[in-house]
Ligand binder design. Structure first.
Ligand code: PML
Length: 256
């Protein structure tokens, strides 16, 4: 599901940054996807429509829901373990980010480059790819970025995850879907880590994820009302971009 508002309409008074990308169809409002059985399709269409219509980024004037058959059997990937770090303000978050990413072998140059992308006035539609040593950006299209697609969670694991998140008081689609996406990204050969700041102005928890660290949630990574955000994938210096993008965008995986 992709929901957007046409570029001509004025953003709301709160919107410092309308995240409109030059050349894009309009302002991004909401996006989601999953892998589902036939019997779940009608229910999921209304759930996605409801979600797009009630999004804190504003009311979309276009909601596109696409249903595609899978032609490849999805690979099975384990979900990352979740930890919530203690963090009370964005300044503290930045210290945690530098520490966690440096421990994963990411250079300061690359971390700073990622933070510039994530806090820029114009959010990207997909994720940026940044090389872990040189900090060079590697996505072929800096507006579109890389869109992680072809992912879902096994029904039983979804229920188990929901119970686990409930016990942690975190049982929301935002957390569940972010964890599923981060788990696919972390399983991608060539990716060392991911950092995410939500572009939702009401959502101030972000995360760092990697196979080594698991999914590290960082509360108060930004202040309320800020529209910036996005995702950066830190890639090995010699990672082959085409292969990596094929995995992230086209290879179906089911998380368990
Ligand atoms: C998003 O807006 O989709 C990203 C959410 C990131 C953090 C989710 C969490 O609370 O763990």
């Amino acid at each position: 599901m992709r929901a957007s508002r046409s570029a001509q309409r004025r953003p709301s008074a709160r919107s410092r940054n309308n995240t409109q990308s030059p050349g894009s169809a309009g302002v991004h409002i909401s996006g989601a996807e999953g892998i589902y059985d036939d019997t779940e399709i009608t229910g999921i269409i209304s759930a996605y429509a409801r979600r797009a219509l009630r999004h804190p980024r504003g009311r979309p004037d276009e909601i596109v829901i696409t249903i595609e058959a899978l032609h490849r059997k999805p690979g099975k990937i384990p979900l990352l373990p979740i930890t919530t770090l203690e963090c009370n303000a964005p300044d503290e978050a930045y210290v945690l980010i530098f520490k966690a990413l440096s421990d994963l072998g990411i250079s300061s140059k690359a971390i700073s480059a990622a933070l510039r992308v994530l806090t820029a006035e114009t959010s990207m539609r997909g994720a940026s790819l940044i090389r872990i040593r040189s900090g060079r950006r590697a996505e072929p299209d800096r507006i579109r970025g890389v869109r992680v697609s072809g992912l879902g969670i096994e029904r039983v694991s979804g229920r188990r995850l929901s119970q686990k998140l409930s016990r942690l008081n975190l049982d929301t689609t935002t957390v569940g879907e972010a964890l599923v996406l981060a788990s696919k990204v972390a399983s991608c050969p060539g990716i060392a880590a991911e950092i995410c700041i939500s572009d939702d102005p009401d959502y101030t928890t972000g995360y760092i994820a990697s196979r080594e660290s698991g999914y590290l949630r960082i509360p108060n990574i930004k202040n309320h009302g800020e529209m910036y955000g996005g995702r950066v994938f830190f890639i090995r210096e010699d990672a082959a971009i085409e292969k990596l993008m094929d995995y992230l965008e086209k290879t179906p995986v089911i998380l368990y």
